[in-house]
Design a protein around this ligand. Structure first.
Ligand code: 13P
Ligand code: 13P
Ligand code: MG
Ligand code: MG
Length: 363
């Protein structure tokens, strides 16, 4: 029987500010999901990355299931009520609509879902980020599934040697395009090097079209038409036996590459891979964080989570990220620490620029 793994997330209030999560919200989510365990869902785990509440669920309802999405939505609504009571910061921040309309897509929460036949052994990594946008996964997914200098299996493993196909979405024009790699990596890089617009949604194995990875692609500012907070995306990656090994899936994060987000969603900064305990972006509301929960699936049961970035082998990456953070911060309001003008259009800066308009005189 086909199993669906759904990761649905939202920021429904930060504690304090945008830095982390109040335990009361985690409790509500666990309580509500426990009521459905063995009924609507097979298993679940609740985590947080910074101020984002992450619901990880297995079930047999397929992707875009109204019942599963409603379950998540109702938890976010319940959590928001508690967040308001506790006066948490930005209570209900990501809930852009008042009433549920069948699917949380387009309503604010982020969603990544994959459906597959559980293999003899099914290791899965769930990545969760705070203070950044969905395009933040582009670099990592490219390294995992298209760069043999990062993933040795692309060269060594006959089951991966055929490469992977990437489904890339244009978030501005609502279009998608498929790239068969390695043949088309140059074409693909021409687009995904602009992660604010072009985002890798899914990755499939060429030999059998099997789903390998999926990410959340919603951009809050595009949905809301204004700045509400960063998207803080999630991503699911299947590992081993014809997919990249767990260590190959984690390897891209040994380099704290630059992503957009951080303070007020308006700055570039290093993407810092941390253990669950350290997913509390505080310095200048950052730097942007990523955590990874590792699972072995056993008939739909989520054995885990293992805290994958807690490992000391990521210590140097974190040190480097802190050094880069220092370097970037010294630029203050100057680009490229501050995002480029076209991206700043979706922040609160245009309000300031409007006030200055009248003062300009012809030269
Ligand atoms: P406000 O303090 O006006 O909400 O905006 C700042 C913010 O929340 C970004 O950190
Ligand atoms: P979040 O998107 O995590 O709520 O952060 C918003 C922000 O403006 C941080 O400075
Ligand atoms: Mg927030
Ligand atoms: Mg957040």
């Amino acid at each position: 029987m086909k199993l669906t793994l759904s990761v649905i997330k939202a920021d429904i209030g930060g504690f304090p500010g945008h830095s982390s999560m109040h335990p009361a919200l985690i409790e509500i989510a666990k309580r509500e999901l426990a009521k459905q365990k063995g009924k609507l869902i097979k298993d679940f785990k609740v985590l947080h990355c910074g101020d984002d509440l992450e619901l990880i669920m297995t079930h047999s309802k397929g992707e875009d299931s109204k019942q599963i999405h409603k379950l998540a939505w109702d938890i976010f609504v319940k959590g928001t009520a508690e967040a308001k009571k506790l006066k948490l910061y930005g209570a209900g921040q990501d809930l852009l609509k008042d009433t549920f309309s069948g699917n949380v897509k387009g309503m604010g929460p982020g969603v990544a879902e994959i459906t597959f036949e559980e293999r003899k052994s099914e290791p899965v990594m769930v990545f969760m980020a705070d203070k950044t946008e969905p395009g933040a996964w582009n670099y990592a997914l490219y390294k995992m599934f298209a760069d043999p200098f990062s993933t040795a299996g692309l060269v060594i493993d006959p089951n991966m040697h055929g490469g992977f196909t990437f489904e890339v979405h244009d978030l501005f024009d609502n279009k998608k395009v498929m790239f068969k790699c390695p043949d088309e990596i140059y074409d693909m890089l021409a687009l995904i090097g602009q992660p604010s617009r072009y985002v890798i949604k899914n990755v499939y194995r060429n030999s059998d079209k099997e789903i390998a990875a999926s990410s959340s692609t919603q951009r809050l500012s595009l949905l809301a038409g204004r700045y509400v907070g960063k998207d803080d995306p999630v991503m699911i990656v299947r590992c081993q036996s014809g997919f990249p090994a767990v260590g190959e899936v984690l390897e891209p994060f040994s380099f704290p590459y630059t992503v957009a987000g951080w303070m007020r969603g308006s700055h570039h900064g290093p993407f810092m891979a941390v253990g669950f305990e350290d997913a509390t972006p505080s310095r200048f509301d950052g730097p942007p964080r990523v955590i990874c929960a590792g699972f072995q699936l056993a008939n739909g049961v989520l054995e885990g989570p293992a805290d994958m970035f807690k490992d000391v082998s990521f210590d140097l990456a974190r040190k480097k990220a802190n050094e880069i953070a220092d370097y970037m911060r010294r630029h203050g309001p100057f680009e490229p620490h501050r995002l480029s003008a076209d991206e700043m259009e979706y922040t609160t800066l245009p309000g300031v620029l409007k006030k200055l308009e009248k003062r300009f005189k012809k030269i």
